[in-house]
Design a binder for this molecule. Structure first.
Ligand SMILES: C[S@@+](CC[C@H](N)C(=O)[O-])C[C@H]1O[C@@H](n2cnc3c(N)ncnc32)[C@H](O)[C@@H]1O
Length: 520
């Protein structure tokens, strides 16, 4: 690559951040098509259930303090495709209904920088019942600068000091996606690592994605005494870094901390942060760390590492209780930070964290899933069902296992088949459709057809046809016709056969069946 231009910037002001913002704003929800930006690890039903457990614990803790009346607002930052919000709402509503105890009402506010995401969520079929029940609202919110939340459905504005309940903040794959400072600690001094950006050739003719993919970055150190001054708001943690680290690069989340402070001020009772990221809360990680490399997602957007250590130190300095797993994480670190009065009193929240994250959590699940994906064709139906249940009847695992399930059906026990049918229903009820993913209804319908569960099969196959008639293959019409015959729906069966013959005029079986009804 020859270089057209080299420019020097503070890391947090480098053009990569503007390019990244432009990418999310331009793409809207299509940024997640075919997993260009990864979302599975931060948005699957298992992590959704873990968050719902903590939120349920938090509602119980507020109720135990006599705070039943006021609504608890849960604000998700950078909610992206919107799948986590849906999984959390789905599970939280189930927990609340199941427990049947008096709890404060709650409202989940999905926010993002990209206004087009907000518009798409408002129309998403999976969110409609929650909108009608006043349990979900939406706001375009630029976490780097906005100070209030303007809600799209209710028309309310949440400003400084408005809330009586603590504000719950959800932030997944978020702190690694907004600007951070890049500091270097050496010889007890703080430097900023400025970035020298080298653009790809002919950058003016390239798309945003191509520029991000083609950018090269080098670093040059500059002594930055402002971080060492008494007036620097995060001086204590900087002092810690100066004393404890040597020859280390640190991503410092000034924008993230300022955002948390602004959100904390919306409530008179503080805030709670539930967050997951590639992010380290242990100082050891940052020791002798080299400057960061951008992790590119499909060559279009990028992420870095979140500095949970700094966020933890700053919040603990303000009296918060911070929970991270006692063991090391592999792919995603999940934290819960209670920035409220007497955080130790939040017993149910703490216990939920211990059960759903500390003991075995989303990171453990993801590691297991990653390994199991390679061995599905060696699993028995019992194991497939168990792992599917562990993942909260995850649609992705189902899609990966349908072939294996189909191969095992012949020897399956009746009760295993019953569990399979029940699992399909549960999976469908918690499925959040995303563009260009896969046709879950089709796969479910075909498997149910193989199991001779014709009523259920018909329902799913018809959903699949309705979703994309143009793409429907002839086999589906054939299965639908057989389902209808079995259910004594003769007229519908004939109609499906006719549709099949329109697609495949020489389909012998269809023609033979039709001859009984269309003698001419
Ligand atoms: C890596 S994605 C994560 C999406 C989602 N939370 C997940 O886990 O899949 C980062 C998200 O943050 C949003 N974002 C980026 N900068 C932002 C900002 N300054 N304020 C609010 N959202 C922002 C992007 O639009 C995108 O939806």
């Amino acid at each position: 690559m020859t270089v057209e231009k080299k420019q020097r910037y503070r890391f947090s002001e480098a053009p990569i951040w503007e390019l990244q913002r432009a990418y999310y704003e331009e793409k809207g929800l299509s940024a997640w098509n075919n997993d260009q930006v990864p979302q599975y690890i931060t948005s699957n039903p298992m992590i959704g259930a873990a968050y719902a457990e903590m939120l349920f614990g938090f509602l119980q803790d507020r109720a135990a303090k006599g705070e039943h009346a006021e609504t608890v607002n849960i604000v998700e930052l950078g909610a992206g495709a919107g799948r986590l919000a849906f999984q959390v709402l789905h599970e939280l509503c189930q927990l609340v209904d199941y427990a049947g105890i008096a709890l404060p009402p709650f409202r989940y506010v999905m926010t993002d920088l990209a206004g087009s995401n907000v518009e798409a969520w408002r129309k998403h079929p999976a969110l409609q019942t929650y909108i009608q029940r006043g349990m979900v609202d939406f706001a375009r919110f630029d976490a780097v600068q906005d100070t209030e939340l303007i809600l799209a459905e209710s028309g309310e504005t949440i400003s400084k000091g408005d809330l009586r309940q603590p504000l719950v903040i959800v932030a997944n794959y978020f702190f690694d996606s907004i600007p951070q400072e890049l500091l270097y600690v050496g010889g007890g001094r703080i430097h900023e690592a400025d970035v020298i950006v080298e653009y790809p050739e002919h950058k003016d003719t390239l798309t945003t994605s191509d520029i991000v993919a083609g950018i090269a970055m080098n670093y040059e150190l500059r002594h930055a005494p402002e971080y060492e001054a008494d007036t620097y708001p995060y001086r204590e943690i900087i002092t810690l870094y100066r004393e404890q680290l040597e020859d280390s690069h640190i991503l410092f989340p000034e924008a993230g901390l300022a955002c948390l402070e602004r959100l904390n001020q919306l409530s008179q009772a503080g805030s709670v942060l539930l967050t997951a990221d590639k992010g380290d809360h242990l100082l050891e990680y940052w020791r002798f760390l080299d400057p960061p490399e951008l992790i590119l997602h499909g060559g279009n957007s990028f992420s870095l590492t979140a500095n949970y250590h700094a966020i933890q130190e700053v919040l603990e300095g303000q009296g918060a209780l911070v929970l991270f797993p006692p063991h090391h994480y592999e792919n995603i670190n999940v934290g819960c930070m209670l920035h409220v009065d007497s955080p130790q009193d939040y017993v149910q929240t703490k216990l939920a964290y211990r059960r759903s994250v500390g003991r075995f959590g989303p990171d453990d699940f993801y590691s297991l899933k990653w390994w199991i994906d390679g061995y599905i064709d060696q699993m028995g139906l019992r194991q497939v069902l168990s792992f599917w249940r562990l993942g909260g009847y995850d649609a992705e695992f189902f899609m990966q296992s349908t072939k294996r399930i189909s191969a095992l059906l012949e020897d399956a026990l009746d009760e295993e088949k019953e569990d399979l049918v029940r699992g399909i229903e549960l999976m469908w009820s918690s499925y959040y459709v995303m563009e260009q993913q896969y046709d879950l209804a089709l796969e479910a319908g075909l498997l149910l057809f193989e199991m001779e569960r014709y009523g259920e099969s018909k329902r799913f196959l018809e959903i699949s046809v309705e979703q994309d008639q143009e793409e429907t293959v002839s086999t589906v019409y054939y299965c639908l016709a057989i389902c209808c015959f079995d259910l004594d729906l003769e007229e519908q069966a004939v109609e499906y056969l006719r549709q099949l013959v329109r697609l495949e005029p020489d389909h012998d079986e269809a023609l033979a069946l039709l001859s009984n009804f269309d003698p001419e």
